[in-house]
Design a protein around this ligand. Structure first.
Ligand code: FAD
Length: 440
């Protein structure tokens, strides 16, 4: 060991040429995540599952903190660190159609969802993931995946048919409904705890053009707008999924609400019927609706991360958007201390799935709320969040930055958490994967 407690371990020959170190010119581009800043001692870019296993063994031998990274957009998951090792699987980014007739596709954990969308579109296929093309496959597909077709198709994990991963002891495993079924269950909701996913297979949806609407509304009177948006979504056909983002007043402009809505179909009349109720939510500042191919909804950016996201976030699932919730959100916005409130509609096909089928067990709620601010204002966020407590029914771990162990009970209901802990003891007894809602 050196005096810092880091064991001196020679880099294995197969990883030579796969690392970026702090003195390297590429280091600035790879050290941070989208939300979290970091200064790792080494970032390793394995190019095969075998190299992932070697990297993992090397990281464990060094005895320092280990982070696993795919797209770097983790909010709960810390995919960078200070002084430790980052195993970055972004070079495992293949996208392949295995069987067009059965819509079976295989995706590397390091691919970004925007690239997945572009690769599948020529086949008339799509996988609903989220609203951001730069989010990585590995982080999202191990937690849930609330995307633009959530109400029609369910969560991303609901379409996963097999997962390949390297376990804490370096073993490579393929888990599906018939092989390692417990692990297959656990990875779909709490995957960051169980290994390094290298690839997943999914059943994609047949998807052509869809209708994509964007409305920017004056949100000076936010409470009725928010409550009405919730009521519209609850009554909407499953083809409609919408995200509502609210931001406080800024220089020269009032508080605004951005309603993004997707009608997952190309029939203009049906789309118009579904979208029209959203038009009356508040005074419009801007509005448009276009018929677009799915990849246009999740463009690929590819910019380097520098910890630019809002670092203090809370996630809560809601059965409905009550008057109390709407007023609390409006009050937080007016305070200027909560800098973003974002609702996602779920329900629909998400709730067709048996809560016991995946480690993500929340199958009755209709909405996900994310409240966010800068870390310096976290106290105000906590006060706001305490007001919402009676309404919150569980949470989605991908959107919460809290690290206190009791938050686990919100992410995983009692029986789910008990089963996960038993499996954690079996698959990762030494708690190697401890950077994303660690179960132990
Ligand atoms: C701008 C933005 C928009 C978002 N929009 C949505 C959305 O619309 N819907 C939605 O559901 N979520 C959304 N999210 C949340 C997102 O799904 C999670 O933050 C997810 O973890 C990001 O995946 P990543 O691979 O980019 O993350 P990374 O930062 O690379 O990883 C985060 C954590 O995931 C785990 N992980 C990553 N890769 C692997 C792997 N290969 N094997 C095992 N574990 C792994 C690790 O614990 C890691 O710490 C959004 C996040 C951001 C920042």
């Amino acid at each position: 060991m050196t005096e810092q407690g880091v064991a001196h371990v020679e880099l294995p020959p197969s990883l030579v040429g796969r690392t970026v170190l702090p003195y390297d010119a590429r280091y600035e581009r790879v050290r941070h995540g989208y939300v979290h800043r970091g200064a790792p001692a080494v970032v390793i870019f394995p190019e095969s599952p075998e190299e992932v296993a070697v990297a993992l063994t090397y990281a464990r031998a060094r005895g320092t903190v280990l982070s696993v990274r795919s797209g770097g957009h983790g909010i709960s998951g810390r995919s960078t660190n200070d002084g430790g090792v980052v195993v970055d699987v972004s070079r495992l980014d293949g996208v392949e159609v295995l069987d067009r007739a059965r819509r079976r596709v295989r995706v590397g954990a390091g691919a970004r969802w925007g690239r997945v969308a572009r690769a599948l579109a020529p086949y008339g296929l799509a996988v609903s993931s989220g609203d951001t093309g730069d989010v990585g496959v590995g982080g999202l597909v191990t937690a849930g995946g609330m995307g633009w077709f959530a109400r029609r198709d369910g969560l991303t994990i609901d379409h996963v048919t097999a997962v390949e991963l390297v376990l804490a002891d370096g073993t490579f495993v393929r888990a599906d409904a018939d092989h390692e079924p417990d692990l297959f269950w656990a990875v779909r909701g709490a995957g960051g705890n169980f290994g390094i996913v290298t690839a997943v297979e999914l059943e994609a949806s047949q998807t052509g053009d869809v209708v994509f609407a964007n409305l920017v509304l004056d949100a000076r009177d936010a409470a009725p707008l928010v409550e009405q948006w919730g009521a519209v979504l609850e009554a909407a056909p499953r083809e409609l999924t919408s995200f509502l983002t609210l931001m406080p007043a800024g220089p020269g402009r009032p508080a605004i609400a951005h309603v993004a809505a997707v009608y997952a179909g190309d029939q203009p009349d049906a789309a118009q019927r579904a979208l029209t109720p959203l038009l009356g939510l508040g005074p419009p500042l801007q509005q448009e609706a276009v018929l677009a191919p799915y990849p246009a909804l999740v463009p690929v950016g590819g910019a380097a991360h520098h910890g630019q996201g809002l670092g203090a976030t809370r996630s809560g699932l809601l059965d409905r958007v009550s008057t109390h919730t709407a007023r609390s959100v409006a009050g937080a916005l007016a305070s200027g201390e909560v800098l973003m409130e974002q609702f996602r509609s779920v329900g629909g096909a998400v709730n067709d799935v048996d809560p016991a089928a995946t480690a993500y067990a929340h199958r009755s709620q209709n909405f996900q709320l994310l409240s966010a601010t800068v870390p310096e204002l976290e106290r105000a966020l906590d006060i706001h969040w305490a007001q919402l407590a009676p309404e919150v029914n569980g949470m989605y771990l991908s959107f919460d930055s809290r690290r206190s162990p009791e938050v686990l009970a919100e992410a995983f209901p009692g029986p789910t958490l008990a089963r996960l802990r038993t499996l954690k003891a079996r698959y990762d007894p030494e708690n190697v994967f401890d950077r994303n809602f660690p179960l132990r």
